[in-house]
Design a protein around this ligand. Sequence first.
Ligand SMILES: [Mg+2]
Length: 349
Amino acid sequence: MEKLSACIVELHFVNPWKIASSQSTGGSGTHKTVIVELSDSSTHAIGEAAPSSLYAESAAGTLAFLQSLDYCPLSFDDVPGSMTFLDSLPGIPMAAKCALNLALLDGAAKRAGKPLYDFLGLGFRENYHISSFSIGIDSPDVIYKKVLEAAPYPVLKLKVGAPQDKENFAALRAAAPDKAVRVDANEGWKTKEHALQMLEWLVATDKKIQYCEQPMPRDAKLEDLVWLKTRSPLPLFADEACHTVKDVARCAEGFHGVNVKLVKTGGVSMAFETLSAARKLGLKTMLGCMIETSVQISAAAHLAELTDYLDIDGSILINNDPYLGVTMEKGILSFADTTEKHGLMVAPR
Ligand SMILES: [Mg+2]
């Protein structure tokens, strides 16, 4: 590789963003991501790291790591070999690995003259895949306003795990009586009994809830997860408890599905492996995201054919996305109008 460059980009939220695990910080108005560019004499490629404090990673730490890679035997012609090299580096942040994996695959697919979804052998059905739109934790009146603003999106995901969960759900329903809804507790229900009580309340209150993500803490005992799974009236998806393919077997015991994110897997290659392993074990699959630009969101969208559900709205929760890639008109994913036709299909705005 002739050149590796990286920089921090500060993203601005359309609305302040708060979830169960960030309530103590009062939510936030900005978020930092890291963009990486790889190039050799003929190919220029881009990737993104979306480091999250949830996983003890920061933009500064990720950037410092990327800038420390002065000897860098990465090659668009050997993505598996390049990933083996990255895996050999002690303490590589998963976010940094993700950014480099995305850039390597962007370059490799560009070299092959294919969109990444075809390079991966998956294909992509236009006007088929729908992403949910996420509503963060807030006061019921703000939830009501946000849900009205989300009118174009047919599926909502409500963040729960707050003391006012019931009032927030009622506010969502007042603004959107009929939409399909998913809920995400982000580890916010601390005991199995409380989690079951909330799940039973949700289904007693509403018939259009599709599933619940991560009801209990990521390190909950397996016996408690199994207890909840056997009693839960809603399908349960592991998010914080499922990082890579190594976690899938445990998740198959305690959950009905897994939420895979590129920032947890360290990129598209491991996300592909994790989603495939989950399907083999009969788990439902979804792809999620952090707060990200269209670089990482588009990368995830190339894996859509391996999923049952998508929640990749990170780029529409911000108002200064520097890139154009997959679009989400009315929540429907489309690469039809991208200016870049190969690789991640992402271009600067
Ligand atoms: Mg989640």
